[in-house]
Design a protein around this ligand. Structure first.
Ligand SMILES: [Cu+2]
Length: 126
């Protein structure tokens, strides 16, 4: 019985590790949530981001992702826009460029095949 318990604990730990992501964040809009995740911690430069659209009506959307940092004293407005690639069933992937450390605003634009466009918002810190 002890061995069985150990095996069970190892199996549970293993499955939870499989689903762990170094970065996870939920972007929100009125119509749907979008879950952002990355296998690696976010850093300056290029980052691969996986996105998952929550609401059924928006899973067939075209998606673009804009990251931006408002102008600051001595620093201009910075922005990077990428078109996400659909992997099917509401899952997408894209690369975003974060040119410096700090807080970046994230706007995710979803254009469904039918219905209105939506914009989900969040922010990320690096
Ligand atoms: Cu800045």
């Amino acid at each position: 019985m002890k061995t069985f318990t150990k095996i069970l604990i190892i199996a549970l730990l293993g499955s939870s590790l499989l689903y762990s992501a170094a970065f996870e964040k939920v972007a929100k809009s009125r119509a749907t949530q979008v879950m952002l995740s990355s296998e690696k911690p976010l850093s300056t430069g290029n980052n691969t981001i996986n996105l998952e659209v929550g609401h059924e009506n928006y899973k067939d959307s075209a998606m673009s992702v804009k990251v931006f940092m408002p102008a600051m004293p001595g620093m201009p407005y910075m922005e990077s826009v990428s078109e996400a690639t659909s992997l099917g069933n509401g899952k997408f992937t894209t690369n975003i460029n974060l040119s410096m450390g700090g807080t970046w605003q994230v706007h995710i634009f979803l254009t469904p095949k039918t219905g209105k466009k939506v914009r989900a918002k969040t922010s990320i810190n690096i």
